[in-house]
Design a protein around this ligand. Structure first.
Ligand SMILES: Cc1cc2nc3c(=O)[nH]c(=O)nc-3n(C[C@H](O)[C@H](O)[C@H](O)COP(=O)(O)OP(=O)(O)OC[C@H]3O[C@@H](n4cnc5c(N)ncnc54)[C@H](O)[C@@H]3O)c2cc1C
Length: 280
């Protein structure tokens, strides 16, 4: 009965003023609330509200505490896992080179990653992917860090920084080069130029070649040799299961345009061209 009267009052269908009227008039609102409190709410809803308001901050605090603990324990477990793989560099927010290694193009990005790891080979990448997957750790891949939405650095996620995988193996016979998934444009241009070779690249030296090329690759020499994506003849990926795959024709077609959506690109084979001089 009491409940029915309360509902009638709030919806305005019963006797007395309606909820909408009371809402418009602050004075009346307070009177309305007092009336409601004394007539209906005392001993029923009010104590529940009070309890909820008292308990809510503690619950929130406890939740934050649990999340912080989980974050710390994931970081500690990862650190001890990587003790068995000392070749993979492990950087946290307290490491001296953290600020320079975390820096990305988007200055809006304030995210603090769980840690930054720097694999040295494709098998390290595969190992890190399978460890992260089996331990419920979110991870992101980072190379140049030019993604304007900050996708290569995410709050609480492990950053797998590919920049140490930057080899260039030139095969002059087939006019191709196998390049590491973390090679930056400046490094690639330099390595090829030593051999009198070139390939389409962007003019920004600190963008990663693999990401730039697989998503299209608009840049220098496009009118001579085509886009970056046109140069890709083979690819290797570390997939979600932590296996390293040589891309077949179908997968390669996907990589030429959809980039790293199928896995971490650990190596590309690209075309090269003899180039001794550039005239402007
Ligand atoms: C200032 C500026 C200039 C630019 N100039 C050009 C230009 O001239 N021509 C052009 O075509 N584009 C240009 N771009 C776009 C640029 O190519 C893309 O933003 C590209 O993704 C940046 O590469 P990155 O190495 O910095 O990637 P990151 O920011 O490190 O990563 C980009 C995305 O790719 C993923 N990723 C990184 N590495 C791998 C990998 N090995 N395998 C799988 N996924 C990976 C990351 O998780 C992230 O989601 C420019 C962008 C900026 C901000």
């Amino acid at each position: 009965m009491l409940f029915k009267r309360a509902v009638a009052r709030i919806s305005g269908s019963g006797s007395g003023s309606g909820w909408k009227l009371a809402w418009r008039d602050p004075l009346r609102t307070s009177k309305y609330f007092k009336k409601l409190q004394s007539s209906y709410y005392v001993g029923t809803i009010k104590p529940r509200f009070q309890a909820a308001f008292t308990v809510a901050p503690f619950c929130l605090f406890k939740l934050l505490f649990i999340m912080e603990n989980a974050h710390n324990s994931k970081g500690a477990a990862l650190k001890s896992f990587l003790k068995n793989h000392p070749c993979i560099k492990f950087i946290t927010s307290s490491s001296p080179d953290y600020i320079s290694l975390r820096a990305v193009f988007s200055l809006d990005s304030t995210a603090t990653p769980l840690a930054i790891v720097r694999p040295q080979s494709a098998s390290h990448v595969a190992l890190l992917v399978s460890y992260a997957k089996s331990n419920g750790i979110k991870f992101v891949i980072r190379t140049g860090g030019y993604n304007i939405f900050g996708l290569s650095i995410v709050e609480g996620a492990l950053t797998i920084d590919m920049r140490d995988i930057s080899y260039v193996n030139i095969d002059k016979q087939s006019s191709t080069a196998r390049i590491g998934g973390g090679i930056l444009e400046g490094e690639l241009v330099e390595q090829l130029a030593k051999e009198g070779l070139a390939t389409p690249t962007t003019s920004v030296g600190s963008i990663d070649h693999v990401v730039w090329a697989t998503y299209g690759g608009y840049g220098l020499f496009r009118s001579n040799f085509g886009l970056g994506v046109d140069q890709i003849v083979a690819a290797k990926i570390a997939n979600a299961k932590g296996a390293i795959l040589e891309a077949d024709e179908k997968l390669l077609r996907g990589i030429r345009g959809a980039g790293g959506i199928f896995g971490v690109i650990v190596e590309l084979t690209i075309k090269m061209y003899p180039l001794k001089t550039v005239s402007i």
